[in-house]
Design a protein around this ligand. Structure first.
Ligand code: SOE
Length: 388
C-alpha cells in the first residue's frame, strides 16, 4: 500500500483548485506511485469561502491561520498557491518546519526573497518544486527529448510569446494581480516567468537581457473583494493606480550563444491563453502552441528533401511522455493534466528521495532573469543576469 502523506494547501482560488484536482487524480492514473497525497487541510483568510472550497475540492479540514497549519507535525507537504507577496514567508516557514514544499510561480516577487527561500531550502534538504507546469505538457516533454537527442542540432533561436487579453476592458477592476505590492509585477512575472522557465529548460541558461514594459491603462475601478482574481466583475466607482506593467517584451542572449525573444501581454485581443514557442536549430525546428497542446511541430533535415516540411506530431501515443497513463492512442488530454504530471514527478521524488525539477534553485534562476529584465527596462540598457 502506498504511504499516505498529508497535504496542506495555502490558497483556494484558481491555482488551489487546479492543484487539488491534480492531487486527487494522481494515484488513479499513476498507480505505481509509492506515496499517496491526502487532502488534509485547506487554508484561506475568509472562513466561509475556504470552507465552501474545501467541501468542493475534498479537503478534510480548513484553517484561517497558515502558520499554525504549516507547523503541524502531521503535515508532510505544504503547497503554496497564494499571491506572490506571501510566497517567501510561507515557503520559508514550511521549509524550517521540515516539510516538502511546492510553490506556485513565480517563486517570489523579488530576487532577494528567492535567495532567502533558497537558503532555507538548502538547509532543510526537503524536496521543493516551483510549479512551472508547462514543462509537463507531454508535447513539451517530447520537445525536450528531441532536443536532447540532437534532432534539431545546435540551437540558434528561441522565440516565445505568452499572450492574454483578460484586462483589456478599462472597467476591469484593480485586482491583486494588478498591484505590485501583491503580485510583484504584471504579465512579466505571471507569463514571461513561464516562457523563461521553458527557455532555460529547453535551450539553456541566460546570460544577459534587454527589455521594455508599458502600462496602457493606468487607473482602474477598485475591486470589490481583496482577493478578486481573473474572473472579477464590476468594482467601485473609485479608481486606483495600476502599479504593474500591462506588457513586457525582452531579448536575451543565452550562455550557449543562442538568441531569444520573449513577449508577455494581457492586451492581445482574442488571445486568451496563447503560449507559443519556436526553436530553430542547425538541423531542424520545433514549434509548440498551448492552444493545440496535444501537437508538436517538427521540421527535420533527417527527412528526405522531396517530402521535407513541418510535420505535426500528435503527442498521444503510449510511448510519448506521460501519455501511457491516460487513454488509448490519440485520445487527447488537457491543461489540468499538466499539474497531475508535475505532482507525479514530485511525489516520486519524495518517495524515492530523488531530485525533481524545477526546484527552488531553478525557480530562483528564473527570478534572476525576470529581475534583470525589469532593471534593464528601467535603465534602458542590456543587463547581465545575476548568478544563482
Ligand atoms: C493568469 O494569467 C494565468 O492563470 C497564470 O497565472 C498561469 O500561470 C497561466 O498558466 C495561465 O494564466
Amino acid at each position: 500500500m502506498a504511504k499516505q502523506l498529508n497535504v496542506a494547501l495555502l490558497g483556494y482560488q484558481f491555482m488551489g483548485k487546479a492543484h487539488s484536482n491534480a492531487f486527487r487524480q494522481v494515484n488513479r492514473f499513476f498507480p505505481d506511485l509509492d506515496v499517496e497525497p491526502v487532502l488534509k487541510c485547506l487554508v484561506g483568510r475568509n472562513k466561509d469561502a475556504v470552507t465552501a472550497a474545501a467541501a468542493e475540492y475534498g479537503f478534510e479540514e480548513v484553517d484561517t491561520n497558515w502558520k499554525r497549519v504549516v507547523n503541524r507535525p502531521d503535515i508532510d507537504i505544504v503547497d503554496v498557491c497564494t499571491p506572490g507577496k506571501l510566497h517567501a514567508p510561507m515557503v520559508i516557514e514550511a521549509l524550517n518546519a521540515g516539510k516538502h514544499v511546492i510553490c506556485e510561480k513565480p517563486l517570489t516577487n523579488t530576487l532577494a526573497e528567492s535567495r532567502a527561500v533558497l537558503k532555507a531550502a538548502k538547509k532543510s534538504r526537503k524536496k521543493t518544486l516551483t510549479a512551472y507546469n508547462y514543462r509537463r505538457v507531454p508535447a513539451v516533454a517530447l520537445a525536450k527529448q528531441l532536443i536532447d537527442e540532437g534532432r534539431i542540432g545546435q540551437i540558434y533561436h528561441w522565440r516565445a510569446v505568452y499572450l492574454q487579453d483578460w484586462i483589456m476592458d478599462p472597467d476591469f477592476p484593480l485586482v491583486w494581480r494588478l498591484k505590485k505590492s501583491e503580485a510583484g509585477s504584471g504579465p512579466h512575472g505571471d507569463l514571461n516567468a513561464h516562457i523563461t522557465d521553458l527557455a532555460m529548460h529547453l535551450v539553456g541558461e541566460i546570460d544577459s537581457v534587454v527589455g521594455m514594459t508599458e502600462t496602457f491603462i493606468k487607473e482602474r475601478p477598485l475591486a470589490d473583494a481583496i482577493d478578486a482574481g481573473l474572473g472579477a466583475k464590476g468594482g467601485s466607482k473609485k479608481k486606483g493606480k495600476v502599479t504593474v506593467e500591462d506588457a513586457c517584451l525582452f531579448l536575451a542572449r543565452f550562455k550557449n550563444g543562442a538568441l531569444g525573444s520573449f513577449e508577455a501581454t494581457r492586451f492581445a485581443k482574442g488571445r486568451r491563453n496563447h503560449n507559443r514557442f519556436e526553436i530553430n536549430g542547425s538541423k531542424g525546428s520545433i514549434v509548440f502552441n498551448l492552444e493545440k497542446m496535444n501537437e508538436l511541430q517538427l521540421f527535420s533535415d533527417d527527412d528526405d528533401s522531396h517530402v521535407q516540411g513541418f510535420r505535426e506530431i500528435i503527442v498521444g501515443e503510449g510511448d510519448h511522455p506521460y501519455m501511457g497513463a491516460w487513454w488509448p492512442p490519440g485520445h487527447i488530454i488537457g491543461w489540468e493534466h499538466t499539474f497531475t504530471h508535475e505532482f507525479r514527478d514530485f511525489l516520486e521524488a519524495v518517495a524515492k528521495n530523488r531530485k525533481v525539477t524545477p526546484d527552488f534553485q531553478d525557480g530562483a534562476r528564473v527570478q534572476a532573469v525576470l529581475e534583470a529584465v525589469m532593471g534593464s527596462a528601467k535603465s534602458k540598457r542590456w543587463q547581465k543576469v545575476a548568478k544563482i
